[in-house]
Design a protein around this ligand. Structure first.
Ligand SMILES: [Fe+2]
Length: 189
């Protein structure tokens, strides 16, 4: 059962995603594959994938595609590091390698015609993602959340497969009711 490795996972994810499946079907099909990858031999994770950054959570690229295929990153969360409230504009499959990653959800409750203004967010639930857990999300409506690790917990490391190259996302200003697109950096090699 430990035969399933990174190249097989990438091949399967690309085949599913590039076949043009609906986002909800992509995550339905890929979630168990992410779990299989986590349960197997993790030697595909190299020291560079565990790089942390003292200033913010670190995004270490594992697989980047320039043909519209999915991208895979290892994210390293030092205690006290959080994303802003954000969405991704695509689907995603997340698997936890180490530690407990916390996700705090927000629900958009307005019906504003302008997608970037007049945003009213209600605080939603929280989920604690432990090692081996797989979670997914789809866009439209956007999955709006912040993710991180409180100061009181140990470092977390997670794998994130996205339906596109994840080099930008929307960041929400909850109080102002606005959102804007920002570039998000990653370590490439
Ligand atoms: Fe996210």
């Amino acid at each position: 059962m430990s035969e399933y490795d990174l190249p097989a996972f990438i091949d399967d994810a690309r085949r599913i995603a590039l076949a043009g499946a609906e986002p909800a079907d992509c995550v339905l099909d890929i979630a168990p594959l992410m779990q299989k990858l986590l349960m197997g031999d993790r030697s595909f994770l190299e020291a560079r994938h565990f790089r942390a950054d003292p200033d913010h959570y670190a995004r270490n690229a594992i697989h980047l595609a320039d043909d519209g295929g999915p991208s895979l990153y290892a994210l390293v969360w030092t205690p006290g590091q959080w994303t802003p409230v954000h969405d991704h504009g695509t689907w995603g499959v997340v698997g936890i390698v180490e530690g407990v990653l916390e996700e705090r959800n927000h629900i958009r409750t307005d019906h504003a015609a302008d997608v970037d203004r007049g945003i009213v967010l209600a605080r939603g639930g929280v989920i604690l993602l432990a090692e081996g857990t797989v979670t997914t999300f789809v866009p439209n409506p956007d999955h709006i959340h912040k993710t991180g690790v409180p100061e009181s917990r140990a470092r977390a490391v997670s794998l994130h497969l996205y339906g596109r190259a994840m080099n930008s996302f929307h960041v929400y200003d909850v109080d102002a009711g606005t959102r804007r697109l920002i570039d998000v950096p990653h370590n490439e090699s």
